[in-house]
Structures are given as structure tokens and as C-alpha cells.
Design a protein around this ligand. Structure first.
Ligand code: P6P
Length: 347
């Protein structure tokens, strides 16, 4: 059957589910037997349950706050807790996940502290952008997969197994709960998009080896923090606001997964620099910035804290934050040039 006879949902004339695609990826990881695909199917299973809940949020008492704060000092939404429980339940019984770490849990959750069952660690933000839930704006789940350096044999120090630089990630991705539910992932062999087919409950390949435009005309930043940004960032923003070639557009959803996804598709730059309120930046290194940095580099883009690759930062604590400049190489390099120039002058 030639391609013009297919609905476009068919990849090289056959429909590819996420499971098939992950199994194909196994070929690149000879050491990872089917267990890697089994682990990722734990994430997709949880995402389908979360997606169904998010879609019905207005019909059930699942919108709004639980009236308590998480370690980040943020108001915990009911759907945050639901999503967190889903991911922990789905991943705890994969038989190869030793440690889980979540934005919603102060400490890591140790599932298997020894043996091959403990081979992988999964870190996640279960429902990023949850403050947007009650205004029906896209939100998402972000995940990062590490292999425990001890090969699953814990040194009774789960944190040591988690505090690895982003270059060590085995897989990363996100689910965006928007007009459609998309699963985006990489295992180091490119970035791939899958759409959840509500009719069958299957994730179907939608785009393979997605690349970010080399340059883009959209910048994405919370402008209300302008006066709190470092001088170099203010200079950079003044520069792009007066730029005519390209003439920039501003887009800011306030949901990292949505802002990142648009940047990946249309190019440009997303930045969350340090501010007075967040002197180390707001976004978390291990389960927000590292996964997105892995994805954007796999798509040909860049991610830095203004000075160094995000993926090379050696984490010191589980919930640490970092300033973030991420997107098309042209825009990220230009932003870094302003930061470097400023530090040169400041030196
Ligand atoms: P601000 C959502 O709370 C979040 O963690 C990210 O999803 C988002 O990019 C950021 O915070 C928005 O922060 O300070 O602009 O509201």
C-alpha cells in the first residue's frame, strides 16, 4: 500500500504504537533488555489515567487546592496528588525501578534498594503547571530516567544515585494534556511525538526525529519579573524587543511543558532567569530542566543556565533549581553572549 492511500496516521505505511517504537529503540541499547520498554510503559499507563482525570476535572471534585504546601512552598492542587499517586503506583511495580523522586515528595521513594530490580531511578514532576488546571490551560507530566550507578545495589544512599548530571539520563520526556494528549520522549536517538487515541487508548506515532528550528522569532519569559532580572538579561530582552530582523513575538503560557513544547516546534527561546524571589532560578534541575535539556539537544537545540550546559551541572540537592535559557541555538547563543559580556565587564 503506498503512502497516498493511508490516512497520514501511518508511519511508512504501518501504524506504530509507542510500545512498538520503544521496542525498536531497544536495538540501540543492547544492554537494556525489554525492561527499559517495560519501565516506560509504566509512565504511559499512568499518563492515560491522569489524562482521563484531567479531561473530567470540572465534573468531579478534583479541581482546586488541597490547602497544603509542598516542599517547594507551592499550593498543592488535588490533581497534583492524584497524578503523583498514579505515577508512584504505576512505576513501583515495574520490577526494575529502584528509586522514585517527585516534586511532590520531600524525600526519594525507595522501592527496591538492592538487586537488579533496582536498576533504574525515575524522577518526575507529576503535574507541571498545575496552577493552570482551574483555568483549563495545558499542563503536563515531565520525567527523567537514570540508571543507578550501583547497578541497583544500593549503597544505602538513594540520593547519591539520583544526584547525577543530566548527561547520564537514559531517557526523558513529557506528556502534555492539551487539546490532545501528546507523549514526547527520547532515549538518545532523537525526539518522537505520539498522540493518545482516545478511541483505542493507544499512543500512535505522530512525528519522528523532531528537530527545533535553528532560529525562531518567539521569546517566552515572565516579563513581570523584568526589574528583578540580572542586568545582562535585561539588556538581552531590550535588544530583542527592538530587533527588526527578526522582529520577535512574545508568548508566555506559564506552564513550562506548554511553553517548551511550542518552543520545540516553532523555535525561539524560553527563559526563566534568576530573580530576587528565585535567586537560583525557579525551575528544578533534576526533573524539569534536565529532561527538557536532553530533549532540546536531541532536537538540535541548546539549554544553559546562562553560562554552562544544563546537562553538565552536577546536582547537589534533589530539589535544587537553576536559571534556564532553552531553545534554538541562534537565540540561546545570543542570550549567552549578553551574559558573558556582562560578566566580562563585571570582572
Ligand atoms: P511564573 C508552574 O508553576 C511552573 O513551575 C512552570 O510550569 C512554569 O514555567 C513556571 O512555574 C511559571 O512561573 O513565576 O512565571 O508564574
Amino acid at each position: 500500500m503506498t503512502s497516498e492511500h493511508t490516512s497520514g496516521l501511518f508511519h511508512e505505511n504501518h501504524l506504530v504504537t509507542l510500545q512498538q517504537h520503544i521496542m525498536e529503540q531497544q536495538a540501540y541499547h543492547p544492554t537494556a533488555t525489554g525492561e527499559f520498554s517495560w519501565l516506560l510503559s509504566g509512565i504511559t499507563q499512568a499518563s492515560k489515567i491522569i489524562a482521563a482525570k484531567v479531561r473530567r476535572a470540572g465534573l468531579q471534585d478534583i479541581i482546586g487546592s488541597l490547602g497544603k504546601e509542598n516542599i517547594q512552598g507551592e499550593d498543592v492542587q488535588k490533581l497534583d496528588v492524584f497524578a503523583n499517586d498514579c505515577l508512584i503506583q504505576s512505576l513501583a511495580y515495574r520490577g526494575n525501578v529502584g528509586i522514585l523522586a517527585s516534586e511532590e515528595n520531600d524525600e526519594p521513594v525507595v522501592i527496591h534498594d538492592s538487586g537488579p530490580q533496582g536498576r533504574y531511578a525515575v524522577l518526575f514532576d507529576p503535574l507541571d503547571g498545575s496552577s493552570n488546571i482551574d483555568v483549563n490551560v495545558s499542563i503536563g507530566t515531565i520525567f527523567s530516567v537514570l540508571e543507578r550507578p550501583s547497578g541497583g545495589f544500593s549503597r544505602n544512599d538513594p540520593l547519591a544515585d539520583l544526584l547525577q548530571p543530566g548527561v547520564r539520563q537514559r531517557a526523558a520526556g513529557y506528556v502534555i494534556y492539551g487539546p490532545s494528549t501528546l507523549f514526547v520522549y527520547t532515549t538518545g536517538q532523537g525526539v518522537h511525538f505520539f498522540t493518545l487515541d482516545p478511541g483505542t487508548g493507544a499512543y500512535i506515532l505522530y512525528r519522528e526525529r523532531v528537530t527545533i528550528p535553528e532560529s525562531g522569532d518567539i521569546y517566552s519569559v515572565n516579563e513581570s519579573n523584568f526589574t528583578e532580572f540580572p542586568r545582562a538579561v535585561q539588556e538581552y530582552l531590550r535588544h530583542i524587543k527592538t530587533s527588526e530582523e527578526p522582529s520577535y513575538n512574545s508568548r508566555y503560557v506559564g506552564s513550562f511543558v506548554a511553553d517548551f513544547h511550542r518552543t520545540l516546534l516553532k523555535g525561539g527561546i524560553f527563559l526563566y532567569p534568576q530573580t530576587r524571589k528565585a535567586p537560583g532560578g525557579k525551575l528544578r534541575l533534576l526533573y524539569e530542566c534536565n529532561p527538557m535539556a536532553f530533549l532540546v539537544e536531541q532536537a538540535g537545540g541548546m539549554a544553559t543556565d546562562g553560562r554552562q550546559r544544563i546537562l553538565e551541572i552536577q546536582p547537589k540537592t534533589l530539589h535544587e533549581r537553576t536559571p534556564l535559557f532553552i531553545g534554538s541555538p541562534t537565540q540561546v547563543k545570543e542570550a549567552m553572549a549578553f551574559v558573558e559580556k556582562d560578566s566580562g565587564e563585571g570582572a
